[in-house]
Design a protein around this ligand. Structure first.
Ligand code: AMP
Ligand code: MG
Length: 298
């Protein structure tokens, strides 16, 4: 998944802790083999080759990720779209080369995208793609899901006091001993009337941040994000950072990506409909919060 996973946990002994971490990282490796679009032989990439025009069985993990993705695509009017693979690959190459993709290439890639061309059969556990040359990219949701799965593996071994962090995506189990929650600093530097960092104290919840300046392309005075607006196939150019708190890592991860695309007006209107989540956005130095942001996890 192109990132580092870090696990913090409380166990009764060092042996128990080591065995638990071993099992947890084994699950991460398994999910990486399923969800990665970098690995040519990942389950995700195999499906893209085999599922055009005929249903192909997929693992429960990948099916869960794709089902949540499709639901969010419907609810956000396609702002979140895991079929953007042909377009995100062009932008990945563009970042390496230092200039935006050609308009023709983008148009051609976009003709092989669209969440309505991806069909899931939950009962049979299969995936079907309408068109050859489609490419799935679950980079906007997979790390949060993997963090949830790690917490589940640990809980199965009796370890509930744990934190999983995969760069900007974190998931929390029960609090550390004697604490109310895991303390997480959220940078609100853009906010003139607040402390530099807002501290959240979370347990059995997750937090994700999207849009940090790490994966940008700068060209002709414009900065393009690695997050793509499916309506235009272009990397976002508006300076926006979104932090989402939710019950599950899968939701926090996907929502932070989706809200980046939707922007403050549409994005906040949508997050208000989600009782399981809250969001804070920084848009060109201005902070916008959803109504549940201040109280989430308290
Ligand atoms: P995140 O860092 O979680 O916001 O995810 C960003 C990643 O999600 C990108 O690197 C792409 O792999 C993928 N992505 C980009 N744009 C979208 C989009 N509109 N919907 C879903 N996934 C996207
Ligand atoms: Mg995300």
């Amino acid at each position: 998944m192109g990132t580092l996973f870090r696990i913090t946990l409380y166990a009764h002994s060092e042996g128990e802790a080591k065995a638990a971490c071993h099992a947890a990282f084994a699950r991460v490796a398994e999910l990486d083999n399923a969800l990665s679009d970098y690995k040519p032989d990942s389950e995700l990439n195999r499906i893209c080759k085999e599922a055009a025009g005929r249903p192909v069985a997929v693992s429960p993990g990948l099916l869960a990720v794709l089902a949540a993705s499709q639901k969010l695509a419907e609810e956000t009017g396609g702002a979140f779209d895991v079929t953007l693979g042909p377009v995100t690959r062009l932008w990945r190459r563009a970042r390496a080369e230092g200039r935006p993709p050609e308009a023709d290439a983008l148009r051609e890639a976009a003709s092989r995208t669209g969440y309505r061309k991806l069909h899931l059969d939950a009962a049979r556990g299969t995936v079907l793609l309408d068109q050859a040359g489609m490419q799935l990219d679950v980079g906007g949701i997979g790390k949060g899901f993997a963090a949830d799965e790690v917490l589940q593996v640990l809980a199965g071994l009796g370890i509930r006091r744990a934190l999983v962090a995969a760069s900007g995506d974190l998931a929390f189990g029960d609090p550390p001993p004697g604490k109310k929650g895991w303390r997480i600093g959220v940078d609100e530097a853009g906010r003139p009337d607040a402390e530099f960092t807002r501290v959240l104290e979370l347990s059995n919840a997750a937090v994700s941040t999207s849009g940090e300046a790490e994966q940008n392309l700068e060209s002709a005075g414009r900065k393009y994000s690695h997050i793509i607006d499916p309506a235009t196939s272009m990397g976002l150019t508006r300076a926006i950072t979104v932090t989402v708190v939710a019950r599950r890592g899968l939701d926090a991860d996907a929502l932070s990506t989706a809200l980046s695309v939707m922007g403050p007006r549409r994005g906040m209107a949508y997050i208000e409909t989600r009782v399981d989540a809250a969001a804070m956005m920084m848009v060109s130095g201005k902070v916008v919060e959803s109504t549940r942001w201040g109280s989430f996890g308290q």
